[in-house]
Design a protein around this ligand. Structure first.
Ligand code: AMP
Ligand code: GLY
Length: 444
C-alpha cells in the first residue's frame, strides 16, 4: 500500500482537477476514484469515459488561464497535469503563483521534454549516458554533418511535435530529407527551427517513470511502449499503439535502481545547479544497449500509453502519492506494486496516424469485466480507457486517431495479453485497427 506515515493534511473529500482528455487522464481519474479519501474529481476537458467518476469541464488542456480561473473559483485542492502542453505553457508556475497545489513541473523544468537541445545539454553536463549529438539551425551545415557521420542516424525537431518530430534514418538521403522538412519546409513550425542530429543507438526500449518531489525519487515499475503503427515495429511512429508492464528482464536485473542512480539523480542535480527544482513525473525513455541504459528522451509527465498499464498496478492510493509529490513529502510515502502484469492495446481509427477518419459509432459489450473474470479468475480485470471518443445523442462515436486503450490486468503477462486482446476484439467501430503483437518482445 502507498502508506503515509507522517502527519498529513489531505482534507476529507479533496477536490482534484485532472487536466487533459486522453486515455492517460482517464487512467488517472479511474485510479484516483479508488482513493479511500473519496476525492471529488473534475477533468478538463476530460472525455465521455470518465463521466462515471469525474465531472468534465469544457476547458481545453492548453487554455491555462481558464484552468487557473476554474481551479481558483472551485477551490480545487490539487491540480494534476496530464499532457505536456499545459506544462509548456506554465500551468504549474501559474498554479503556484495562485496558491493552488499542483502535481507537475514548472515550465523551466518541463524543458527536459519541450526542448531536446536543452535535455541533451543537461544530460551531457550531468554525465548521463545518451547518444552523441549536434544542434543545427542551418540545413546545409546539418546535412554536411550527416554526410560525414553516415547512416543510420537520427534527426529530431527540437520542440514539441506530438511524437512525430523524430526520424530514425536508414540512409543519408532520408536524414537529409528530414532536415529539409524541418529547417527549410517548416514542417514542425517553431518546434522544428532547430534540429538535433544524434547517433543511432542499438538496443531495446524501456520506459521508466519516477515520482520526483524535488528531492526524493520513487521509481514506478518499468513499461514498454510500441510506437510504430504496424506489427513488428513497422510503419510510421505514432503516439503509441500499446504497452505492457512490467518489463520482466529489466526488473529482474534491478535496473530501476541503476537508472535512478546513473540517470535520474545526476539529471536532477544538474537541473538544481541551474536553479531548477523538478516536481512531478520524470519519464526516462531508455535504450538498453550493450553498454547499459542510454536516454533516448525525457518526458515531463506520465507516458501515454504507459500510464494505462502502470497506474493499474499501483498498489495503494494514487491520491496520496500525487499529493505527497506536490507537497515535497514523498519521503513520507512508500509506493508498492501489485504482483501482476498489465498489457494495453490501442484501438485506432482508420487512417491513423496520418489522417484518421472519425465519426463512426462505437459498440462495446455491456460488461467487459465479466470477460476478464472468465479468463483468469478474480485477480484479472479489463478496463477500457477512452481517448478519441465523443458522445452524440447518447451514442459513443470516434473522435480522434487513438480511440480507446484496452487494458488487461492478469497474474502474468500472458494472461494480461489474452484479456486485453479478448476485449479489443469484442469492441467494434468501422475501420478499427490495432497491433496484434503488443507484449511479445520481453527481453532487454
Ligand atoms: P523520441 O521522440 O525522442 O522518443 O523518439 C521516438 C523514437 O525514435 C524512440 O522511441 C526510438 O524508437 C527512436 N529513437 C530516438 N532516438 C533514437 C536514437 N538515438 N537511436 C535509435 N532510435 C532512436
Ligand atoms: N509513450 C511515449 C510518450 O508518452 O511520450
Amino acid at each position: 500500500m502507498a502508506n503515509v506515515t507522517g502527519g498529513w493534511n489531505i482534507p476529507a473529500r479533496p477536490k482534484v482537477l485532472v487536466v487533459g482528455g486522453g486515455a492517460r487522464e482517464h487512467a488517472l481519474v479511474w485510479k484516483l476514484a479508488q482513493s479511500p479519501r473519496r476525492p471529488v474529481l473534475y477533468a478538463a476537458p476530460g472525455n465521455p469515459g470518465m463521466r462515471a467518476w469525474a465531472q468534465t469541464v469544457e476547458i481545453g488542456a492548453g487554455d491555462v488561464e481558464a484552468l487557473i480561473r476554474f481551479a481558483a473559483r472551485e477551490h480545487i485542492d490539487l491540480v494534476v497535469a496530464g499532457p505536456e502542453l499545459p506544462l509548456s505553457l506554465g500551468l504549474a508556475d501559474m498554479c503556484s503563483d495562485a496558491g493552488i497545489r499542483v502535481f507537475g513541473p514548472t515550465r523551466a523544468a518541463a524543458q527536459v521534454e519541450t526542448s531536446k537541445a536543452f535535455a541533451k545539454d543537461v544530460m551531457c553536463r550531468a554525465g548521463v549516458p545518451t547518444a552523441r549529438y549536434e544542434v543545427f539551425t542551418d540545413a546545409e551545415a546539418a546535412k554536411r554533418h550527416v554526410r560525414a557521420c553516415g547512416a543510420p542516424i537520427v534527426v529530431k525537431a527540437d520542440g514539441l511535435a506530438a511524437g512525430k518530430g523524430v526520424t530514425v534514418a536508414k540512409t543519408v538521403a532520408e536524414a537529409c530529407a528530414a532536415i529539409d522538412d524541418a529547417l527549410v519546409g517548416g514542417r514542425f513550425g517553431e518546434a522544428g527551427r532547430r534540429v538535433v542530429v544524434e547517433s543511432y543507438l542499438r538496443g531495446t526500449e524501456v520506459s521508466l517513470m519516477c515520482f520526483v518531489d524535488g528531492e526524493t525519487v520513487l521509481p514506478m515499475i518499468s513499461a514498454r511502449d510500441h510506437k510504430r503503427v504496424f506489427d513488428g515495429d513497422e510503419g510510421p511512429n505514432t503516439g503509441g499503439m500499446g504497452a505492457f508492464a512490467p518489463v520482466p528482464a529489466f526488473a529482474a536485473a534491478g535496473m530501476e535502481a541503476v537508472v535512478v542512480e546513473r540517470i535520474v539523480r545526476p539529471t536532477l542535480r544538474e537541473l538544481a545547479a541551474r536553479g531548477i527544482r523538478y516536481q512531478g513525473v520524470l519519464y526516462a525513455g531508455l535504450m538498453m544497449t550493450d553498454d547499459g541504459p542510454y536516454v533516448v528522451e525525457f518526458n515531463a509527465r506520465f507516458g501515454d500509453p504507459e500510464a494505462e498499464v502502470v497506474l493499474p498496478l499501483l498498489d495503494g492510493d494514487l491520491l496520496e502519492v500525487l499529493w505527497a509529490t506536490a507537497e515535497g513529502r514523498l519521503a513520507d510515502v512508500a509506493v508498492a506494486w501489485r504482483n501482476a502484469a498489465a498489457v494495453c492495446v490501442v484501438l485506432a481509427a482508420p487512417g491513423y496516424p496520418e489522417a484518421p477518419r472519425v465519426g463512426s459509432a462505437i459498440t462495446m459489450p455491456a460488461s467487459l469485466a465479466d470477460l476478464a473474470a472468465a479468463e483468469d479468475g478474480p485477480a484479472s480485470q479489463v478496463v477500457v480507457f477512452h481517448a478519441g471518443t465523443r458522445e452524440v445523442a447518447g451514442q459513443l462515436v470516434t473522435a480522434g486517431g487513438r480511440v480507446l486503450t484496452v487494458t488487461g490486468i492478469g497474474r502474468s503477462l500472458e494472461a494480461a495479453r489474452s484479456i486485453a486482446y479478448g476485449a479489443a476484439e469484442s469492441i467494434y467501430f468501422e475501420g478499427k485497427h490495432f497491433r496484434r503483437d503488443i507484449g511479445q518482445t520481453l527481453s532487454i
